[in-house]
Structures are given as C-alpha cells and as structure tokens.
Design a protein around this ligand. Structure first.
Ligand code: NDP
Length: 312
C-alpha cells in the first residue's frame, strides 16, 4: 500500500495553499481533488476581495493559478475522491473511489462545504430540471426567463444580482423580514429593478409538468396574516448556505453539531496527531477564500513540524 508523506484531501484555496507550502517544504504532497476540483470558487464569477487582485479575478482563473502554483512546487494532483477513512487502526488508512487505499504520515483535510437544500421532495424531483444551487453554472439557461433565489445572505444577493443580468425577472425569497447580507450587497439588490424581494416568505413546494413551472409559497407563516400564493418561475436557485463535506469523518474525528471538524482554537490541529483540518470543512464562521488559504498554510506548517518531530 502506498504511504503518502503529506496527503491533502480537497483542491480549493485551503488544499492548494497547503500543497504550495508542503511542496516548498519538500513534503511531496499528494492532492486528491475530490468531487469539485478547484472547490466552490469554480462556481463563482468575480472575486473582488482576495488581496493581490486590485481589479478582481474570476474565481475559476484564481483556482487555476493556485493549481499551477502548487504543481510548480511538485504537488502530485490526482483526480480522486476519498470515500472512507479509518483512523482507529494502525496504520491509518484512506480509501479512494477507485478502490485503492493509502496510508499517510500527515493528512490535511480540506474537503470544503457543499450547498444546502431546503429538504423538499420537489427539489429532488426537479433536480437538473429547474432546480440548481449554482447561478453561475446554470444561469445561462434562464436568459429572459423568470427565476427565484432562496436565501437572504451574501450568496443569495450575489446570485440574484448575477441572474438579474440574464433573466427577465428574479424573485429573492427571504424567510425573515430583513436580509442578512452585507450592506453593499443589499444596496445592489434593492437598486436592481429586475429583482423583487419577497420577505417573510417560505417555499413549500414546486410544480410543473416537465420541469419547474412555479413555486408554492407561504407568507408570514405562523402569524394572523399567514397566507399562501403561487409564483410562475422557470428556475429555482438555492442560496441558503453550505454544509461541510465531513460525512466520511463521522466517528473518526470530533465534529460539531453542524458537522464541522473541530480544531484546536485558531489552529488546524485536530485531536489526532498528524491529522489537520483547513478551510470551510472546519470553519463555521468566516468561510472566505482568504481564510481558507490561510488555514491551509497553517496546516502545511503544522504537517512539516509533525514530520520533523517524528525524527527527533
Ligand atoms: P449565510 O449563512 O450567510 O446565509 C444563509 C441565508 O439563507 C440566510 O439568509 C438564512 O436565513 C437563509 N436560510 C438558511 N436556511 C434556510 C431555510 N431552510 N429556508 C430559508 N432560508 C434559509 O450563507 P451565505 O452562503 O450567504 O454566506 C456564507 C458566508 O460567505 C458569509 O460569511 C458571507 O458573508 C460570505 N460570502 C461573502 C461573499 C462576498 O463577500 N463576496 C459572497 C458570498 C458569501 P436567516 O437569515 O433567516 O438565517
């Protein structure tokens, strides 16, 4: 069985930054790209808040740059998904989707997070037929059509604004009477006449013959003014946050109640020596590309220290 000195799971800003640092430190990192090479930033458009890009940068371009930078320092990037881990036996193992297994000296978990869904059976029914969690991936199909975006955070506002550039009309469906998004994002939404914000509104279902044709809504739920309505839409976009990609670590590492890997405060250290967690999979608070990159850097430095300590 292959033993990998520094195994990195995930190829977003955390994984690639860990690979750059580990590569430069001579740890011969192996990066398993996982389900979404490049991570969530490959699904975004312009990134304006990553230092070093005064004019902004397209998310996919930034990730391609990070990948090339990691390769420059010898990172071995493989198109593999980790399907199982066993940290209880010695040596500790990771199993991949091609049924191979590897042991490792250090492991950096940077598997990120994935989009959350409301949990309606109609989301499953219409997946790929009008339901999406990525406006930049699927917005193109809704040119001059009507779409709805669910959520009131920065992602929802960003997606609604992006879709308004393509679609004829965008409903932004917000369960609270206010948006949680930053002021700048809110201003953009309110200034866009194609976006209609429906506050205090929840979606109870979708309908349509051969794809999404509309949504069932309930307004002011639980109040004396509660009432329902239907809207006609062609596309339904979820933007209600993300869930950490930590399922394979259940029972193997301590996770919090939302599934984030628990790390020692301000560090990527987990309870298991030699195993580190970086980026969104361990970050319920900041979830930024720059904070993910920073924690990937810390994880690689800790991996280097751990390997050095084994030689002492
Ligand atoms: P957030 O957690 O910030 O917001 C999620 C939104 O979805 C909230 O409005 C929440 O409502 C709503 N929501 C959650 N569950 C449901 C549900 N079951 N039904 C209806 N609505 C629901 O997630 P984001 O993805 O928007 O942002 C994550 C982080 O990334 C934030 O820190 C954000 O600032 C950052 N970000 C920054 C960007 C930028 O700076 N360019 C762009 C995108 C994200 P409620 O308010 O009621 O809880």
């Amino acid at each position: 069985m292959e033993n990998i000195k520094c195994l990195i799971l995930g190829a977003g800003p955390a994984g690639y930054t860990a690979a750059i640092y580990a590569g430069r430190a001579g740890l011969q990192p192996v990066v398993c790209e996982g389900l979404q090479p490049g991570g969530l930033l490959t699904m975004t458009t312009e990134v304006e808040n990553f230092p070093g890009y005064p004019d902004g940068v397209q998310g996919p371009d930034m990730m391609e740059d990070m990948r090339r930078q990691a390769e420059r320092f010898g990172a071995d990037i493989r198109p593999r998904i980790a399907t199982k881990v066993d940290f209880s036996s010695t040596p500790r193992t990771v199993t991949f989707d091609d049924n191979t297994q590897a042991t490792f000296t250090t492991l950096i978990i940077a598997t990120g997070a994935g989009a959350k869904y409301l949990g309606l059976s109609d989301e499953e029914k219409y997946r790929g037929m009008g339901v999406s969690a990525c406006a930049t991936c699927d917005g193109f199909f809704y040119r001059k059509k009507t779409v709805a975006v669910v959520g009131g955070g920065d992602t929802a506002c960003e997606e609604a604004t992006y879709l308004a550039g393509l679609a004829a009309q965008v409903y932004l469906i917000v369960r609270k009477p206010f948006l949680r998004a930053s002021k700048a994002m809110q201003d953009r939404v309110f200034a866009n006449e194609k976006i209609k914000v429906l506050f205090e509104t929840n979606v109870t279902g979708l309908f349509g013959e051969n794809g999404v044709e509309g949504a069932h809504l309930v307004h002011k739920k639980g109040t004396a003014d509660e009432h329902t309505s239907d809207i006609a839409i062609d596309g339904f976009f979820l933007a209600i946050g993300h869930k950490p990609n930590s399922d394979i670590f259940v029972g193997q590492l301590p996770l919090d109640e939302a599934g984030y890997i628990k790390t020692h405060a301000g560090t990527p250290l987990t309870d298991l020596p030699g195993i580190f967690a970086a980026g969104d999979v361990a970050d319920p608070h900041y979830k930024q590309a720059i904070t993910a990159a920073a924690s990937g850097c810390k994880a690689a430095i800790e991996a280097e220290r751990y390997i050095a300590s084994l030689a002492d």
